[in-house]
Design a protein around this ligand. Structure first.
Ligand code: NAD
Length: 447
């Protein structure tokens, strides 16, 4: 609000990964004094030096601009964060290694550290991480005994990697999970934080903790279901000789269905959708309501089947065995405009083929360094031409525009055999065929 200039409001961002680093930079851009706290000293050093340790269009420029103002700092010290008026919890909530449930240990440890550092009385803790329903209520009970003067709100984040800055500055909606008995304090503080987005007309949903937590997982469950729905139709097309791309385009003319998230291909991945639908099922089961989201097991299974199908089709096209054959994989990130390789379909397919004895070379415009670190067993190339040199088959697995723009005539002169499987149904079929390629795709008839 105007009587409380932003710079006077101090904001801490706890956990400066994809979500937290973006949120820190954007809060500073809005004029708040921001400190980003992370337990990873390397990440903090990079951010403090003006380097975004992941690929996100536009973010590094904005980071540097805001570091220069002096309003934005990064630290590993929770003591530096304790003086803030508003703390955003942005730590990771990954899948547990031994079960489908969410691992909340980072969240618990971040709260431990903040409480040990002594947050200001009257300050507000705002959860942004994606969590199982009931997490905020449990945290509220903890604060009531350990820090009764610290408020709590849950404000799930919907940003998309690749569009993180614009999604943070102009979100589709703001969801605020609030406690009924705090006299409207948290709502007031968050309305001031998000004043510019609210004034610009961003829909504001005020609700309870459980609903706020659920909006996020329900949104991801819906998106995952839409992708798996069209991929199930692709499986049926493969059985009947139908064409899933034409089917999807026809479905999309119905405004109730719409065309977004209706692209058949090798499926979804990343650090959100897969783990969120698994954690959702695990939490629902704990609550005795597992039956309500049992279909998400099928959504997950359909999605994972596309990866094995991709490997099977590759094997079939190479005559029944991939042993010793050269496979070029276009894509390592789980989606374009990101270097995020968490649960990447492209790398999963690459590994299936590698384990079956193929010589796999992966290329990606942004994600090769991350992929090399996680999967040193694979080979990497700087570009599609290098990856495809002497290849027996080319697999298109991440929908970067760079790959769509490849000249199939030029690429054909480097490969041993001009065979391509378009795992994203995104290449220009006529152009590739005209250039002499045998073109195959998931869910489409062979010509
Ligand atoms: P991330 O792994 O990139 O970042 C998490 C950060 O938290 C890391 O830098 C880690 O070092 C730090 N951290 C861990 N424990 C900590 C502690 N005790 N104290 C301080 N920092 C700690 O993960 P992310 O992709 O940014 O996701 C964070 C949360 O946001 C998750 O719940 C995720 O589901 C949710 N989310 C992510 C996105 C996205 O597109 N990445 C979008 C919406 C929501």
């Amino acid at each position: 609000s105007t009587d409380n200039p932003p710079a006077a409001t101090r904001v801490s961002i706890i956990g400066t990964g994809y979500l937290g680093a973006t949120h820190a930079v954007c809060m500073s851009e809005l004029g708040f004094s921001v400190v980003g706290v992370d337990i990873d000293p390397g990440k903090v050093a990079n951010l403090a030096a003006g380097r975004v340790p992941f690929f996100e269009p536009g973010l590094e420029e904005l980071l540097r601009k805001n570091l220069d103002t002096g309003r934005l700092t990064f630290t590993t010290s929770f003591t530096d964060a304790a003086a803030a008026d508003v703390h955003f919890l942005c730590v990771g909530t990954p899948q547990r290694p031994d079960s489908p449930a969410a691992d909340l240990s980072h969240l618990v440890s971040a709260v431990d550290r903040l409480l040990a550092a002594g947050p200001k009385p009257g300050s507000l803790l705002v959860g942004k991480s994606t969590v199982p329903a009931g997490t905020a209520a449990a945290l509220a009970r903890r604060l009531a005994t350990e820090a009764p003067l610290v408020g709590l709100a849950w404000n799930p984040e919907f940003l998309r990697e690749g569009f993180a800055v614009e999604d943070t500055m102009r979100p589709d909606r703001l969801v605020l999970g609030l406690q009924a008995d705090d006299g409207g304090r948290a709502e007031g503080m968050l309305r001031a934080i998000y004043a510019s987005a609210i004034e610009a007309g961003t829909p504001l949903v005020l609700t309870d903790f459980a609903t706020a937590e659920l909006v996020k997982v329900a949104a991801n469950a819906f998106l995952a279901t839409k992708i798996s729905f069209i991929n199930a139709m692709a499986e049926i097309c493969e059985a009947t000789g139908g064409d899933v791309k034409t089917l999807a385009a026809a479905l999309a003319h119905d405004a109730r269905i719409g065309g977004r998230f209706l692209g058949a291909g090798v499926g979804f991945g990343g650090g959100c959708l897969p783990k969120d639908i698994r954690a959702f099922q695990a939490r629902a089961a704990e609550l005795g309501a597992g039956y309500a989201v049992g279909f998400l097991a099928e959504v997950d299974a359909i999605n994972l089947r596309r990866r094995t199908r991709m490997a099977e089709l590759t094997t079939e096209l190479l005559g029944g065995s991939v042993a010793g054959r050269r496979v070029a994989v276009l894509g390592a990130a789980f989606k374009p405009n990101s270097d995020d390789i968490r649960d990447s379909p492209a790398l999963d397919v690459a590994n299936l083929l590698h384990r079956a004895g193929a010589v796999v070379t992966v290329t990606d415009p942004a994600a090769v360094p991350n992929a090399r670190q996680r999967h040193p067993e694979l080979s990497y190339a700087d570009n599609a031409v290098q990856a495809a040199t002497d290849a027996d088959i080319v697999l298109h697995l991440t929908e970067w525009s760079d790959f769509r723009e490849i000249d199939p005539v030029a690429l054909a002169s480097y490969v041993r055999t001009p065979t391509v499987i378009d795992g994203r149904n995104a290449l220009d079929v006529a152009r590739w065929r005209a250039a002499g390629w045998s073109y195959y795709a998931l869910g489409r008839p062979r010509v």
